[in-house]
Write a protein that binds this ligand. Structure first.
Ligand code: NI
Ligand code: MN
Length: 226
């Protein structure tokens, strides 16, 4: 499984047969490492309705024919624009061709760009067909039930550390202690001034206190997990 960070909260997940794109925010993202007209996608996963997550979903789904997976409200909003969607909701999982995907809770908002109700924000817990578990927290504050998610045995957790809109470094460290994953990738930081963070410093602190391996990627860089 190859995971690529495109900057901010935008990720690519490449399984042996499918290309997944998560929260595809390229246009207007000062740190984006590629553009919406170049990126590949078989499936697009959207955690919530905010512009820095819904991003270029409509344009990319129309170009690629990708199915968009999100909460029911966002899926309905997108399907009205002629996009193929699969709606789920928090706590619900479904066996997709690329693996079993469950929506997890997130403490955040989810209004759509046009002000429509975007349902509850979510994270994703993916179990690949090879049995790897990847937790994508989405935009969220710290919550104690991360411990329940961690009980599933997480290979990789992708969590926000930017502060202001999501967990900051101190709470993200506590999140790692609750999730106890094998590896962590921090996201949602230093895209713009409000969420500037020293991720390298955070990584050192997490590794020292928890022994969990932290990979601080540069936008466009990838990590292989097996
Ligand atoms: Ni948000
Ligand atoms: Mn965000």
């Amino acid at each position: 499984l190859k995971i690529t960070w495109y900057g901010h909260a935008t990720l690519g997940l490449e399984t042996s047969h499918y290309q997944l794109l998560i929260d595809p925010f390229f246009s207007g993202n000062p740190t984006a490492s590629t553009t919406a007209d170049k990126v590949k996608a078989d499936f697009i996963l959207v955690t919530h309705g905010h512009g820095d997550h819904l991003g270029d979903t409509v344009a990319i789904a129309k170009r690629t024919g990708a199915t968009v997976i999100s909460n029911y409200e966002i899926a309905t909003w997108l399907s009205k624009q002629g996009i193929q969607t699969h709606g789920q909701h928090i706590g619900g999982g479904f066996k997709h061709p690329f693996g079993y995907l469950k929506l997890t809770m997130a403490l955040h908002g989810s209004a759509m760009p046009d002000g429509s109700y975007g349902g509850n924000p979510a994270g994703f817990l993916l179990t690949t067909n090879d049995g790897l578990k990847v937790y994508l927290a989405g935009d969220t504050g710290l919550f104690g039930d991360m411990q329940l998610i961690g009980e599933e045995g997480i290979d990789l957790a992708v969590i926000p550390i930017g502060d202001n809109f999501t967990m900051g470094p101190a709470d993200a460290l506590r999140a790692v202690k609750l999730l106890h994953p094998k590896a962590v990738i921090p996201i949602h930081f230093s895209t713009f001034g409000l969420i500037d963070q020293n991720a390298t410093l955070w990584a050192k602190q997490v590794e020292t206190e928890t022994g969990v391996k932290v990979s601080v990627l540069k936008p466009g860089a990838s990590l292989d997990i097996a």
